[in-house]
Design a protein around this ligand. Structure first.
Ligand SMILES: [Fe+2]
Ligand SMILES: [Fe+2]
Length: 328
């Protein structure tokens, strides 16, 4: 049987548990938080006072902070790319409305609130150029997404396990920075988003765990494949208006590193967490190739740590069209 057919069979086998995994890891719309819970109520008489307070508090936060918050928001707003990518995986049947497709739809519905709440907050903050941000968002969705996973559910679930934890870290750090500056409302907003990302991380990690239980060698090789080619960040094609594809991404990620929101050390720590979570050292019934992949993965964090020491970052802020220095 081809590897693809084995994967289809494994996805079919796991399909019967997806409904219970949705109950375990996702929260119905009536019970979960909604963006409005963290924003001024536009039907209320106190709306303008609350907006004034948001604008006052926003003045306390520095340039790089806004760049990172904007970049995080745009990354969330490119959700159509992620949903369509996951819908296309082997074993996910959109037209058949199979349980995996249901997972993707329900997951995307939760994720959609992240861009929504951040977008509304940024609009009210008075600190950013919304039109430039909107152009970048439109570009990013139009430019699409390629994370090198093909349609392989194994590789994709490694990717999503990793990426959900990465977004947990960055939203959580932004929350801490906002809190330090006395901006409790923004802090709570980013904290609650990070909580969603953590739940999603646990869900995708359990999918991988379940695949390890039935197809350990191929799952190990998929994990190795993803780490060898490196986890591409979802906004890697980020650009500003009038610029070439991908030109804004490096400066965005430098900014995030500089203010400690997401660093190369975080990348290594996520890898370590995944190795621990999936008990890579204890997995048995591996073929020779997968045994070698396991050795490679076990040694990888150490190797990456040695390389990370040498990375130097530019010290000065990069000026984005999204955030106007004139307004500082
Ligand atoms: Fe998100
Ligand atoms: Fe997420």
């Amino acid at each position: 049987m081809s590897q693809k057919n084995v994967r289809l069979e494994v996805m079919k086998l796991l399909e019967k548990d997806v409904d219970s995994l949705i109950d375990k890891y996702l929260i119905p719309p009536e019970k979960i938080w909604q963006p409005t819970d963290f924003l001024p109520d536009s039907e209320s008489n106190s709306f303008f006072d609350e907006v004034t307070e948001i604008r006052e508090l926003a003045k306390e936060l520095p340039y790089d902070f806004w760049v990172v918050l904007v970049g995080d928001m745009i990354t969330e707003e490119a959700l159509p790319s992620y949903e369509s990518w996951l819908m296309d995986l082997d074993g996910v049947g959109q037209a058949e409305r199979n349980p995996w497709a249901k997972w993707v739809r329900h997951w995307a519905a939760e994720e959609n609130r992240h861009g929504d709440v951040l977008n509304k907050y940024l609009y009210l903050s008075g600190r950013v150029n919304m039109r430039e941000i909107e152009i970048t968002t439109q570009h990013l969705i139009a430019d699409g997404f390629d994370i090198g996973t093909d349609r392989d559910p194994y590789k994709n679930f490694v990717y999503t396990s990793f990426q959900e934890l990465a977004t947990y870290i960055s939203h959580n750090r932004v929350a801490n920075l906002a809190k330090k500056q006395g901006n409790n409302q923004l802090s709570k907003m980013c904290k609650i988003i990070s909580g969603d990302e953590m739940r999603h991380h646990h869900a995708y990690s359990e999918f991988v765990e379940r695949i390890f239980a039935v197809d350990p060698s191929q799952m190990m090789l998929a994990f190795q494949y993803m780490m060898k080619q490196k986890i591409t960040m979802p906004a890697v094609f980020l650009r500003e208006s009038g610029e070439k594809i991908g030109t804004a991404f490096e400066e965005f990620s430098n900014t995030a590193q500089r203010i400690g929101v997401y660093t190369s050390l975080d990348y290594i720590e996520i890898l370590e967490k995944l190795i621990k979570r999936w008990e890579i050292d204890k997995i048995s019934n591996l073929n020779d190739e997968a045994e070698k992949a396991r050795d490679y993965l076990m040694k990888l964090p150490e190797r990456m740590l040695r390389l990370a020491d040498r990375i130097k970052l530019p010290e000065n802020s990069f000026e984005f069209k999204w955030v106007e220095p004139a307004k500082l």
